[in-house]
Every structure is written in C-alpha cells, then in structure tokens.
Design a protein. Structure first.
Length: 592
C-alpha cells in the first residue's frame, strides 16, 4: 500500500510541448484551474518529460493526466505517451491538438492509430483563449475518471482484506460493478492494520470481534467494510453491504405496480428508465447489485455518445440514477423465485418470501459466464480465478502473467485493461478465429499490443495453488498435448448461461434456456397444440404469456451487445403500453 496522503506529494498533471508560447499558455490554464490540488509539470521535450515521469514513479508520486503535442522534435507525442504508460499505467493520456488540426489527415491518422493501439485515451484541443471551457471540460472529465479509481483519500467506503481473500474480492467486485468508489487496504499494510484495530474497538458482536483478533495476512476469509458513520461490517453479506450503502433490499409498503422489471443490467435499466418516464409505476428487482455482466466491462468503446469509451460500471451507475430520478422503485440482492398469474395480474415472489403484483412483467435477467467445472480451479475462485472481467483485481496483478479464457468483446476489453498492469496477457481461444465473436476495433487493438498474446485451439484443464492461483495447465485441442504455465490470474469468459431456470414451464425457451418471444414464442406454443383462443397478437418481445416480455441477452436470438440490450429495453416499453391499453382476457388463457 502506498504512503498516507499526508506524506505524499500532490498528484501531477504533466504537459509536453516544443512550442514555448503554447506550453506557457497551457501551463497557465492548468495552474489557474487545478494548481491547488495538482502539481503542474510542464516540459519542452519528451526526453526531459520521460526522465521526470520515471523519477515520479520511483518517488511513488502519482500522475493523473499526461498531455503531449504529437509533432515533437525528439519523439512523436503518441510514442511518448506509450512510454509514459509504462511508468504510470493509470494516468489518463491525451494528444494535444490545435483547433481544426484534427481535420489534417496526418494529425487525424496519428490520433486514430494511437487510439487503436491503446496509447492514448483521447485528444485534447489546446486552449484558444484564457478560461477556454471546452479545454477544461475535457480536463475535468479526465480528472474525474482518474480520481474515481485512484484517489483513496476521496472515497468514503474503505475495505480491509487479505489481497487474495475470496470474500474481499466479492465485496470489491460488488462495488466496482455498481460504479461505487472505494479504497482498499490489505491486512498486511500499516493502514490496514490500523483500521483492523479500530474495528475491534467499534464492533459490538463478540463473534465478529474474535475474527478480528485472529486477523493476519494468511486469513483468506476476513473482510471488513467501513461505511460513513456506521459500525464496521465484518464479513458482511451482499445484502448487508447494500443496506449499509442505503439501497433498498425489500419491496416496501407498495406492492402493486404497472410493470415489474426483473434484472438491472443494461436492458433492465433501459426498460426502467423508459417505463418510469412514461408514468408507469415501476419496480425493478435485481438478485445482486446493479449492472449485471456489463458492470464488469472495463471500457466499452462502441457505445453511442461516448467517444472516449465508457466503463460498464459508469454506464450502469448513470442509468440507475436516471431511472431513480424518474421514480423507479428498486429492490437489490433479492432474486425472484416464482412467477404466476392471477386474473389480469402477474405475481412475483421474491427470495425473502414477499410478493409484488403488476399488470406487465419485463424479464431482463441476462446471462452468466459458464463455469469451468474443474475442482482445482473452482477451489481458487476469487483467489486468482475470476468469472468475468473483475476490473477490481487489475492492480493486484501488476507485473504478473495473466490468462483469459474467451473470445468475445468482454474478453477483449478485459485484455486491453489488464495489459496496462500485467507483464503478459494471453487469450486462450477454443476455436481458430476471433472474427465471429469479437468486434473489429478490439481485434485491431489487441493485434498491436506487445504484451497481449493469443493462443487458438487451446483450453485450460487444471490449475494449482494453495493460498492463491499459481499455475494452470493448458491443453492443445488438436494434438492433445498439455503444458503447465505460471499464472497469477485466470479470467473465465466462456459461453453464457441465461438466468431462466426459475421460470415456470409454460414460458417457452429454446434448448439452451433462452426465452422465446414474438413469432418464436407463438410458433413454439402451436407446435405443442396450443391455439390462440382470444386472437392475441404477440408482440416482438412478448413471451408466450400475454403481458410477460423478455429483453436483452436472455432472449432467444438477441445480439448480445450492450447497445442492443439497451435498445430492446427501451423499445419494449412501447409494447408494454400497447398491452396495458388493450388488455382484456385473463392471461391464464395463454397457458396450456
């Protein structure tokens, strides 16, 4: 763990430009706006700037943003920023360009190439006048994004756990997926030990106090969470963490709604926003924390409106806040165990035994990555083996060898994120190509990153490690040969399993469990001899039960992209409104 903030220099903003007048102008703008909180460092050569960045790294000083003019005399700005990344992988990096300069083909090519290689986060237009707000808007966004992940002193939530604690990982992952900032301290650092001693004095439960007394660096099951003005939580459940954060885990007094959305991933959140904005009384239920699988995506670059890209956690946090402002009621850390119908009302029963009713239900429970089913690796889940991207673990894997199983966009995004810290990242692909499963822009980025490798026709068959993952065994699917390799992290993103096992049998699904909707649902019922007595015309996202809809990755034939899920979640509300306006016959008529 780094030194306490009081003993550290302020984080730095580093700017490099050969032109002395432009450098002075930029330095003045940065100093005037950010000088009290950041150290502004201006250099006229990339050689001097690299030397400064190296010294900052050696002195344990953090760097928040690095800006560089591309057309430099000693080293091109994009190349300089690639070198800067090695010393300060968490710093935001951007090319400085003049007004209208991006219209120049050479400058545009430099920006696009640097973005493709992952050497920059974006470009910044140089200030054209004093107080240029467009320049400061970009800078403020960079600093906000950096501080959200890298300034522990600004975070109210603190977590103390062994670095490879399974429970500690689950809690950090819960916050990371939901976009909630937190500070993490290991049990063997000075700050962590101090916090554990404080917890021992503050915790009232004797059994939990005894856990704290036994805390040491070898414990794999201890995690302590500090919330503002609350008693420290010792090994809290997901529900306890959610309650302490101030979010609802129970339905409350209101039990009847216009629409119930089951699932708070991108599709469910989009449906919640649209439904509430249309004046529908909306209840959204999520079995874990908001975000679903998308919450673990480190950077989504092909989502409309986010030219620099957006993390999955940031996207779903914004969506949650938007739905909440429109009036959506949320219940988190509760699964839905049963769905049935009574007249023109659908009834859902939650895992705590409570019930809620609605005129329509939108299923948006998403999918989960399939488990490997290898006992030695399952035992190391959360201690080096992770299902999903788990961006919260990236810094713990600095200068380590990391493997990713999977060839989809999530795997590609994880590789691009992890390569900033890890010594090497290897994608293990069962097939012989990425063309059908990964977007072109990600394949292009991965091809040009030096410490990312791809092994086709490969699979993991074993692993080992006592306190954490140390080694995995890879098998060549063509020759059958196996070889052990050292591995500090294994991220599993293979296939997908829809969360539909809890649904009643009379909601039609395909052989893999994905819910059929629209013409597919109607055809499935007709194949079983069902005739539509009331002439109900099933809409595109409607299941075989009138008033029950399905959207997002859990739906049969869904594209399985974040943007597509959001689109379906938005469109389905128009179909819900049409159903509510025209509902007549009891929904039991749809059951065989």
């Amino acid at each position: 763990m780094s030194l306490p903030h009081s003993k550290m220099r302020a984080p730095a903003i580093v700017v490099v430009d050969n032109d002395p007048e432009e450098l002075a102008s930029i330095e003045e703008e940065l100093t005037r706006r950010y000088g009290e909180d950041y150290e502004i460092v201006a250099k006229r050569s990339t050689t001097a700037a690299l030397m400064t960045l190296k010294k900052m790294h050696e002195a344990n000083q953090t760097v928040a943003v690095v800006l560089a003019e591309h057309w430099m005399e000693d080293l091109a700005g994009a190349e300089f920023l690639a070198h800067a990344r090695r010393h300060h992988p968490d710093a935001k990096r951007a090319l400085l360009v003049k007004w209208r300069a991006w219209a120049d083909r050479n400058t545009a090519a430099a920006i696009l190439n640097a973005m493709a290689l992952g050497n920059i986060d974006y470009y910044v237009l140089k200030p054209s006048r004093a107080g240029d707000e467009l320049f400061h808007r970009t800078m403020s966004e960079f600093l906000h994004e950096w501080a959200r992940l890298n300034r522990p002193e600004s975070k109210e939530i603190r977590i103390v756990a062994n670095q490879w604690s399974r429970r500690g990982h689950e809690i950090r992952d819960q916050f990371a997926r939901s976009g909630v900032p937190y500070a993490f301290y290991t049990t063997d650092c000075e700050e962590g030990r101090d916090l554990l001693r404080d917890a021992h004095e503050l915790v009232k439960d004797d059994q939990k106090r005894s856990l704290l007394e036994d805390a040491d660096t070898r414990r794999a099951d201890l995690a302590v969470v500090y919330m503002p003005d609350e008693e420290p939580l010792v090994n809290p459940s997901e529900e306890e963490v959610t309650k302490a954060y101030g979010l609802a885990t129970e339905v409350g007094e209101r039990r009847d709604f216009d629409v119930i959305v089951i699932g708070a991933g991108p599709a469910g959140l989009a449906a919640s926003v649209s439904a509430s904005s249309e004046g529908l009384r909306t209840l959204t239920i999520e079995r874990a924390s908001i975000g679903g699988q998308a919450g673990s995506s480190s950077l989504i670059r092909n989502y409309l409106g986010f030219s620099r890209g957006v993390s999955g956690a940031e996207l779903v946090q914004r969506a949650y806040q938007q739905a909440w402002v429109f009036g959506t009621n949320f219940v988190l850390t509760r699964s839905v165990d049963e769905l049935h119908t009574e007249g023109n009302r659908h009834v859902v029963r939650l895992s705590d035994g409570s019930e809620a009713t609605a005129r329509a239900v939108i299923l948006a429970t998403g999918v989960a990555y399939r488990r490997l089913g290898i006992p030695s690796l399952e035992d190391l889940h959360g201690r080096g083996v992770f299902y999903g991207a788990s961006v919260s673990e990236s810094q713990a894997l600095a200068r380590e060898d990391v493997y990713i199983i999977g060839g989809g966009n999530s795997a590609g995004q994880a590789a691009m994120h992890l390569c900033r810290h890890a010594r090497s990242v290897t994608l293990l692909i069962r097939g012989s190509s990425l063309a059908e499963s990964m977007s072109y822009y990600l394949r292009d980025q991965i091809d040009q990153v030096r410490n990312i490798d791809i092994e086709f026709r490969a699979e993991v068959v074993d692993g080992e490690g006592e306190d954490r993952l140390r080694r995995i065994t890879i098998r060549d699917r063509d020759t059958g040969e196996t070889r052990p390799v050292s591995a500090a992290g294994l991220f599993v993103m293979i296939g997908a399993r829809p969360h539909t096992d809890w649904l009643p049998d009379w909601i039609e699904r395909d052989d893999w469990g994905y819910v059929k909707t629209g013409p597919d649902a109607k055809a499935a019922k007709q194949e079983k001899g069902f005739t539509d007595q009331d002439g109900h015309d099933f809409q595109m996202f409607e299941t075989c039960v009138p008033g029950v809809f399905a959207v997002g990755d859990m739906r049969h034939g869904a594209p399985k992209r974040v943007a597509s899920a959001v689109g379906e979640g938005s469109v389905v509300v128009r179909q819900v409104l049409a159903y509510i306006e025209g509902e007549s016959a009891p929904v039991e008529a749809a059951r065989t």
